[in-house]
Design a protein around this ligand. Structure first.
Ligand code: AKG
Ligand code: FE2
Length: 351
């Protein structure tokens, strides 16, 4: 077992807090480092036809004997055609999600003095800050984030956990374990539709590495000039995202167009990456001039020492392998050493 500090660390350059910029008196124009002429603006589909086609999966049906087969078919289609779906009836209490929302707001509204104690340290990416910032002249996103490893417990950063407001820490721990259970069920269901052996999937995620990233996008006076979160595909195996305060802003790229993922009350947005059959989808977050937007992303990947690669039962059947194998650690070493670029990081593993 590795003690804290023994694991190889990833890091990002330290950047200013956008929330602090916004709080400054007389703030009216956006600093040049946040202006993004490089980003596509006009391609949003105005009609909501594609938005309303984003698959919605019902977890209760997925787990019920009578409705399971038809819901599994929907899940398979969602993963193949979209790589993205909204999950309802997931079992997390609505009042608990309200509490999470209030506490996330309070957490980001702590004084800068308090937040500094939880800021990223040189050489580590956990805490308040940003990730994937690799040069001083790199353009920046219009948002702050807080990132924390929650599983395995031995990998938790005690200097961060011990300084979280106690009630918020408890809420995050409860949320982490609820979401982990949902992820496990989804992995098992995907294994069953993909005809991957259950044990193979279980072994892969036995020592699951889970991290929570809370995104806070303040309102911006020039929302068309900035981007809340640069287009990217998540590097994790499965991401479960909550659009915490129901403010629109998440967009996914489908058939070359940006499509709005409208927040559904209490739904979780699920985003997968797996092999060539299931896709991972590029997504981004935009901001508005009126209201802040909050989201909580929970990433699940195999443990850092686990070797990831094509599922053996799939390769045996298909007689070929499209991807190489490497450890989760190596895979993420490469991910954190670059800026976000919209490409799927999985391409790194293609043969
Ligand atoms: O804020 C959002 O809706 C998207 C967040 C996201 O994609 C991420 O944190 O990876
Ligand atoms: Fe993402």
């Amino acid at each position: 077992m590795e003690a804290e500090g023994e694991e190889r660390q990833w890091s990002s350059l330290i950047v200013p807090s956008v929330l602090e910029i916004v709080k400054e008196k007389n703030f009216a124009t956006v600093p040049p480092r946040y202006i993004r002429p490089d980003q596509e603006k006009t391609e949003i589909l105005n009609d909501s036809s594609l938005s309303s086609e984003i698959p919605v999966i019902d977890m209760k049906r997925l787990c019920s004997v009578s409705a399971m087969d038809s819901e599994l078919k929907k899940l398979d289609f969602a993963c193949q055609d979209w790589g993205f779906f909204q999950l309802v009836n997931h079992g997390i209490d609505s009042s608990f999600l309200d509490k999470l929302e209030t506490e996330v707001q309070e957490f980001f509204n702590l004084s800068m003095e308090e937040k500094q104690k939880l800021w990223q340290r040189n050489g580590d990416f956990e805490g308040f800050g940003q990730v994937n910032i690799v040069s001083e002249d790199q353009k920046l996103d219009w948002g702050d984030m807080f990132i924390l490893t929650t599983e395995p417990i031995r990998s938790r950063k005690s200097h961060l956990f011990s300084k979280l407001p106690p009630s918020f820490r408890e809420t995050l721990e409860t949320y982490s374990s609820q979401v982990k259970s949902i992820a496990k069920i989804l992995f098992a269901k995907m294994a069953s539709v993909l005809e991957i052996k259950q044990e193979e999937m279980e072994d892969l995620f036995d020592d699951v590495w889970q991290s929570i990233k809370i995104n806070y996008y303040p309102p911006c006076p020039q929302p068309d000039q900035v981007i809340g979160l640069t287009p990217h595909s998540d590097a994790a195996g499965l991401t479960i995202l909550l659009q915490v305060n129901q403010v629109e802003g998440l967009q996914i790229k489908k058939d070359g167009k940006w499509v709005v993922v409208k927040p559904l009350q209490d739904a979780l947005v699920v985003n997968i990456i797996t092999n060539g059959r299931y896709r991972s989808i590029e997504h981004r977050a935009v901001v508005n001039s009126e209201k802040e937007r909050l989201s909580v992303a929970v990433f699940h990947s195999p443990g850092k020492e686990t070797i990831i690669g094509p599922a053996k039962s799939l390769v045996d059947r298909q007689k070929q392998s499209l991807f190489k194998s490497m450890s989760t650690q190596e895979y993420f070493d490469a991910f954190f050493a670059q800026k976000l670029n919209g490409k799927s990081h999985l391409d790194l593993m293609r043969i």
